[in-house]
Design a protein around this ligand. Sequence first.
Ligand code: ZN
Length: 117
Amino acid sequence: MEEQQLAAARERLLQLRKEVLLEVNESLAAAKELGQDGVADIGDMSANTYHRDVLLNLNEVQRQKIRDIDAALERVGLGKYGICLRCEEQIEPRRMQVRPFSRYCIDCKTEIEKFGE
Ligand SMILES: [Zn+2]
């Protein structure tokens, strides 16, 4: 990948990271409002629990995304960005555009999903 593309990818990853962190903060604030301290009104309990679970799950997804983004940023630094971790071939540029923190090419990703890493 060329220097210019790498710089653009890095920029995009940092921006994505910022956006996810912002989302995380918003979810945390929302979870707090839903009464995480356990003093929720009994009548509202089930609805609150449901919403809180959704928020917590969302956070887990977001946490994973941050990890993926950080790993991608590290690979930019190592000059290995856009290279599949499994077969070490270049990942399809279109895939990197849609999901700039992709670790695997589509073929490997498909196999990993079928057979595990
Ligand atoms: Zn691969």
